[in-house]
Design a binder for this molecule. Sequence first.
Ligand SMILES: Cc1cc2nc3c(=O)[nH]c(=O)nc-3n(C[C@H](O)[C@H](O)[C@H](O)COP(=O)(O)OP(=O)(O)OC[C@H]3O[C@@H](n4cnc5c(N)ncnc54)[C@H](O)[C@@H]3O)c2cc1C
Length: 96
Amino acid sequence: MDRLVYTHFITPDYFQWTLNSHLGNAFGPEPVLWQTASFRPKNRSEDVRGLYLVGQSYQPGAGLPSVMMSAKMTARLIAHDLGLERAPKGLREGLA
Ligand SMILES: Cc1cc2nc3c(=O)[nH]c(=O)nc-3n(C[C@H](O)[C@H](O)[C@H](O)COP(=O)(O)OP(=O)(O)OC[C@H]3O[C@@H](n4cnc5c(N)ncnc54)[C@H](O)[C@@H]3O)c2cc1C
């Protein structure tokens, strides 16, 4: 054999069965207008008290910058709900 040719495909099956992504989707809810930004599910659950939701399926949306923002927004919500606005300066800066 002269050479080996290797090809690797990622399909929705990979997202569904390896990453446990609902229906094999890669970007969370489709970013149509009514599922975008503030229309996306909120970071604080409206159904389960004390449950917070972070990542591309929640506000503000998909893509690494948005997911980092989602983490920051959720950390702020948790800090607010725990009454940590008066937390020590170092912790506040970590949440800013
Ligand atoms: C092909 C492709 C290209 C992309 N390119 C870009 C790009 O160029 N720039 C950009 O900004 N964004 C890009 N994105 C989007 C970006 O990758 C995603 O928006 C981001 O990674 C989502 O982050 P997340 O933390 O919400 O979810 P994920 O990164 O999917 O993380 C969720 C993790 O949770 C794990 N998990 C699932 N169920 C469980 C469970 N029950 N227990 C424990 N762990 C579990 C999964 O295995 C996974 O590791 C791209 C996405 C795809 C698919």
